[in-house]
Design a binder for this molecule. Sequence first.
Ligand SMILES: Nc1ncnc2c1ncn2[C@@H]1O[C@H](COP(=O)(O)OP(=O)(O)O)[C@@H](O)[C@H]1O
Ligand SMILES: [Mg+2]
Length: 379
Amino acid sequence: MSHVRIDGLTKRFAGKPPAVAVDNLSLEIEPGEFIVLLGPSGCGKTTTLRCLAGLETPDEGRISLGDRTVLDLREKVDLPPNKRNIGMVFQSYALWPHMTVRRNIGYPLRTRRVPREEARVRIEEAALLVDCAALLDRYPAQLSGGQQQRVALARGLAARPDLVLFDEPLSNLDARLRDQVRAQLHELHARLGFTAVFVTHDQSEALALGDRLAIMKAGRIEQLDTPERVFEEPATEYVAGFIGMSNRIALRRAGEGWTVADGAAVTGDLPVPRAHAEVAVRLRPDDLLLRPAEEEPPAQGVGLAAEVVDAQFGGRHMDVVVTIADSRLHARAPLTGAPWARKLARGQRVTAWFAKDTALYYDADGVRTAAHAPAAVRA
Ligand SMILES: Nc1ncnc2c1ncn2[C@@H]1O[C@H](COP(=O)(O)OP(=O)(O)O)[C@@H](O)[C@H]1O
Ligand SMILES: [Mg+2]
């Protein structure tokens, strides 16, 4: 276990236009911490991992593992992958097809010249950890996808690396297996306490596994926080959108109240400081609720006139697509105690509403407004 420190990491790729894949990224990782890099395709997650592993030489930056500097471009230090003591688990399991499971798991031990007898013990330990002890003499082609990924996991851990890197290791598995391997990985980390950087574009994976999440945008970290804080308090609109607040409603101040884009008035005031004349509201689908058109929203609610585009049965609720002005939004209408919602149909007019406190408000630059400061501070 090591303290990991990344300072000013920058990687550019030549091309038209040139790409800044990683842009002056700095990050400190505590020993035993599980860090998740979360972001859309192309935001620089894989390149960051490859620079950590020594598979890519960055243009600028410094990386240390514990008290060892593995990269310092000013000092011309750039240790090769086999000198960094880092384990890797990739999306494509990348097992050697001509090697047995035993030899696959032992591969990083051979590159580190671990003595044969010690290697045997460590291979068996690692296989036991991931429930693959019975598979040691098989070849990868004789394993299911989930077994192959568990073997890849054992290989990543076998050398007891200072740091384990995961690049979307679950995305090639089907949904059921993905949940299984994810749960095993979470348990394994709790037991062994290795330091990890795990890359994904899947928000639920990130929330489940991370001690802290780094939400990445264009080669930079947009927010670094615990899963709870990222989920409840996304600092920017970009993070909010990425963490499931897919509904966006643009509102403009009009006198004492607010209107949507086409000028229709909104019922209820918003907890937004006077300084902002325009604001984007961000909401999760389950926080946008529906009522019959003739009904007002409840006291702490903000109501908007909406039209139903489509309604799907979701078990205990209906998943409803509505339009409000020009925006398509996703709402959820609970069925318990509201049988009217079962008959929601295209073209129907409804009142969409949200509770003032469940919505988050972002200014024209996409930065969260100070609305949710405690009441005492706001006054
Ligand atoms: N070998 C390469 N040559 C040129 N451009 C690259 C190369 N690898 C990555 N890039 C570019 O760098 C950016 C970040 O890529 P990547 O790190 O793979 O993102 P992610 O893993 O988040 O999807 C993208 O714009 C990608 O096109
Ligand atoms: Mg990638």
